[in-house]
Design a protein around this ligand. Structure first.
Ligand code: BTN
Length: 251
């Protein structure tokens, strides 16, 4: 595994996408001290000051494009294993958030290119909050973020990067059929299931409770109209006084 370390990049994902197109081998890793155009899902900016971890890993998995939905799930498990015992209270929110008491500690951005049914490459990027933020933290993020020092004092970005890379290697077999059921089980154990969310994807709003992952990594939700499986979009903040409870479902 070769780790390329940069001081400043626009985005570690963008850098690695270019390297992937240029033929870089699987398990090439890019880390940057800071990003000038860090990207989150849904074209959001990713706050990227020095002191946090920005890391991307290249895979060339032997799966179908649809099975790539498994990647953020596996990446979440890799992050949890990287935090070990100290991360026992962390939970995962489909498809890509790692939360501590509802605040976001890490985000995962998976991107890929396929030709027909063949996946050429997949890049999985991790942004992990590690620093003690100062006054420069954007107003909208205050109170919404969690930091690794809350769980493990003194953890450095480079050490966390090696642990995540090891975790990804350990879990990568779960992209294929044999390991996937174990990954699904482990994910469910750590996921925020049994909480009602609004699922948003473009114009669609669905209120329901996430219950499990399907074969490809899509999320099965229990709604008042029965089970609905979603493959993109995301879950908005949990609903405190939801009208829909899983018990409402006709037996
Ligand atoms: C999200 O939660 O929306 C995903 C955030 C992913 C951020 C990481 S930081 C390293 C890599 N490079 C990027 O530009 N984005 C990802």
């Amino acid at each position: 595994m070769k780790i390329h370390h940069f001081e400043t990049l626009d985005s570690t994902n963008d850098q690695l996408l270019k390297m992937a197109e240029g033929g870089a081998p699987e398990w090439t890793v890019v880390v940057a001290d800071r990003q000038t155009s860090g990207r989150g899902r849904r074209r959001r900016d990713w706050w990227s000051p020095e002191g946090n971890l920005y890391m991307s890993i290249l895979l060339r998995p032997d799966v179908t494009p649809r099975q790539l939905l498994r990647l953020p799930v596996i990446a979440s498990l890799a992050f949890l294993s990287a935090m070990g015992e100290s991360g026992a209270s962390l939970t995962v929110k489909w498809p890509n958030d790692i939360l501590l008491e509802g605040r976001k500690m890490a985000g995962i951005l998976a991107e890929s290119r396929s030709e027909g049914e063949r996946v050429l490459w997949a890049v999985v990027g991790f942004g992990v909050n590690m620093i003690r933020p100062g006054d420069d933290i954007p107003i909208g993020l205050k109170n919404r973020l969690a930091f690794t020092y809350e769980l493990e004092e003194g953890l450095e970005p480079d050490e966390l990067a090696s642990r995540i890379a090891r975790g990804m290697k350990a879990w990568s077999g779960a992209m294929n059929e044999d390991g996937w059921s174990k990954a699904r089980e482990e994910w469910s154990r750590r996921a925020l299931l049994n909480t009602t969310y609004v699922y948003r994807d473009g114009g669609r709003d669905i209120e329901g409770v996430p219950v499990r992952l399907d074969e490809s990594g899509g999320l099965v939700m229990e709604t008042k109209n029965g089970e609905v499986t979603v493959y993109s979009g995301e879950l908005e903040n949990p609903i405190q006084n939801s009208k829909f409870k899983i018990q409402d479902k006709p037996q």
